[in-house]
Design a protein. Structure first.
Length: 287
């Protein structure tokens, strides 16, 4: 999946707009991956996938060059789930760093390890995405020293051997990093004046939030499935872990929103009037 060029970090009247913050290597580069998401991950026949597939089993649409044979027609062929997935650049890291450029076809015995490492690497890269973003916000400076230490630690772990990655206590690592991300998020949101809404972990499935002022809101882990967020103002809202599947973001403003990922955007609905942070791409399936 090609990625657009990022622009320098800027500031507008509503706070920092994070852009070129060192996350280029945390963006999917399918041309330099051995099709790992098409092999390592399982899926079940559903509205998102047309067939069943076990973990470690190559998808029938995967070609010999590790590219998808129906990439331009995934949705019409019943593979909507593929269009919402993002690996944070874990695919190329596992392919060319962890396994040194030897693919799973060349080394069938290592295929199982590669499939096991890939989802763990994705989690490491997701943490790197969040940490790097937090470091791009001046308002989170009191937490920067600890964030830099965490960045170094996670980056080193991501460059370890397959065996060392498989032995990681990922839950503990995510917990430690999350403490810092919470602190950073609170400081970033505090730049929004007035009372800020707290919907952390809230059940907002199908909620009618059209035109809502959600600047600086805490929406961490909120269930926003199929929510109507048309024209909503989500600038500087904390969206880490928020479930945006089929949420309507048409005309919504997400510039400056924090901890938003490409996968979340891909899973939502939007249009040409939807405003996204510079580091994220507008999905091809949006209106």
């Amino acid at each position: 999946m090609s990625r657009k060029q990022q622009t320098p970090t800027t500031t507008d009247s509503h706070g920092p707009v994070v852009a070129d913050d060192g996350r280029k290597d945390l963006q999917a580069d399918c041309a330099n991956c051995f099709g790992l998401c098409c092999v390592a991950l399982p899926f079940a026949r559903s509205a998102d996938f047309a067939v069943d597939k076990s973990a470690g089993q190559p998808c029938s649409n995967l070609q010999t060059d590790f590219r998808c044979g129906i990439h331009s027609r995934l949705r019409e062929k019943g593979f909507r789930g593929c269009t919402t997935y993002d690996c944070f650049g874990a695919g190329q890291k596992v392919s060319h760093v962890t396994f040194g450029g030897t693919d799973w076809r060349q080394d069938p015995h290592g295929a199982r390890r590669m499939s096991a490492v890939f989802p763990l690497m994705r989690q490491l890269h997701e943490l790197l995405w969040y940490i790097t973003e937090a470091l791009g916000h001046e308002s989170a400076r009191p937490v920067h020293q600890d964030l830099r230490k965490a960045l170094t630690q996670v980056e080193e772990l991501s460059r370890g051997s397959a065996e060392s990655i498989l032995e990681l206590d990922m839950a503990a690592l995510r917990g430690d990093v999350n403490v810092l991300l919470v602190q950073a998020g609170e400081r970033i949101r505090a730049t929004v004046p007035g009372r800020r809404k707290n919907h952390r972990g809230a059940d907002l499935i199908g909620a009618r939030l059209a035109g809502a002022d959600l600047r600086g809101a805490n929406l961490r882990g909120a269930l926003l499935i199929a929510a109507d967020l048309t024209g909503a103002d989500l600038r500087t809202a904390d969206l880490i872990g928020a479930d945006l599947r089929d949420a309507d973001l048409s005309g919504a403003d997400l510039t400056g929103s924090i901890f938003l990922t490409q996968a979340q955007v891909n899973a939502a609905k939007g249009d040409t009037a939807t405003r996204l942070p510079p580091a994220l791409d507008r999905p091809a399936h949006w209106r």
